[in-house]
Design a binder for this molecule. Sequence first.
Ligand SMILES: Nc1ncnc2c1ncn2[C@@H]1O[C@H](COP(=O)(O)OP(=O)(O)OP(=O)(O)O)[C@@H](O)[C@H]1O
Ligand SMILES: O=C(O)c1ccc[n+]([C@@H]2O[C@H](COP(=O)([O-])O)[C@@H](O)[C@H]2O)c1
Length: 194
Amino acid sequence: MKSAPKIGLLFGSFNPIHTGHVILAHFMATHTDLDAVWLVVSPQSPFKVGQEMLSELERFELVKLAIQHNEQLRALDIEFDMPKPSYTIDTLDELHRRYPDHSFVLLMGEDNLPGLPRWKQADRILAEYAVYVYPRPGVDATDVNAHPGVQVVEAPLLDISATFIRDCVHTGKSIRYLVPEAVEAQILAKGFWR
Ligand SMILES: Nc1ncnc2c1ncn2[C@@H]1O[C@H](COP(=O)(O)OP(=O)(O)OP(=O)(O)O)[C@@H](O)[C@H]1O
Ligand SMILES: O=C(O)c1ccc[n+]([C@@H]2O[C@H](COP(=O)([O-])O)[C@@H](O)[C@H]2O)c1
C-alpha cells in the first residue's frame, strides 16, 4: 500500500516570490524525505502588520507563475478566506481537516526561527509538526535549533530577499535571475514598485 504523502509547507508573504524561495522549495522537495512542497501565500503575516504589500491575489499570481512548470510544487490560497492576521497553527489545523491522510512538515528560512517561540500556539506547532529549516546568511538561531523537532538542512546559502527585489525594481536595477523569468515579466508589465 502507498504511504501517506509527506508535504512540506512553506508559508510566506511572497512580496514578491524570488529565486531564494523557489530554490528552497525545490531543494526541500528533492533533497529530503518530502514528496512535495506547497507554498502558502499569507495575506497578512502577524509580524508584518501595517507593512504595505501587493494584494494577496497579485502575490498569489506571481507564486503560480514562478512554479508553473514544477510538478512537485503547488501554490495555496487557503488563508485568503481565513481570519487575519494569518496564524500558521490555524492553517495547519485547516489543512489537517482537509487532507486527513497527508502528513505535513513546516518549512522556514533560518531567519524565522528565532521568532517562532512567539508564534500563536508555538508549543503545539513544535509538538505536532517537524520543522525543516533552510539556512539563511547572517542568522544565528541556535536556541530554537535545539528543539528535537527542528532540523536545519545543509543547503547552499541564498542571499536574496523580497526586500532587495523591491528595492532593485524601485531604483530601476535589473532583477533578472533574482526572480523567475515569468515573475520578472509580470512585475515589469504591471509596474509594481516603480
Ligand atoms: N534567501 C532565503 N534563504 C532562506 N530562506 C528564505 C530566503 N528567502 C525567504 N526565505 C524564507 O521563506 C519564507 C517566506 O519568506 P518571505 O515571503 O517573508 O520572504 P523574505 O525574502 O524574507 O521577505 P522580506 O524581505 O519582504 O522580509 C520564510 O520562512 C523565509 O525565512
Ligand atoms: O502563526 C503565527 O503566530 C505567525 C507569526 C509570524 C509569522 N507567521 C507566518 O510565517 C510566514 C512568514 O512570515 P514573514 O513575516 O516572514 O513574512 C507567514 O506565512 C506568516 O503568516 C506566523
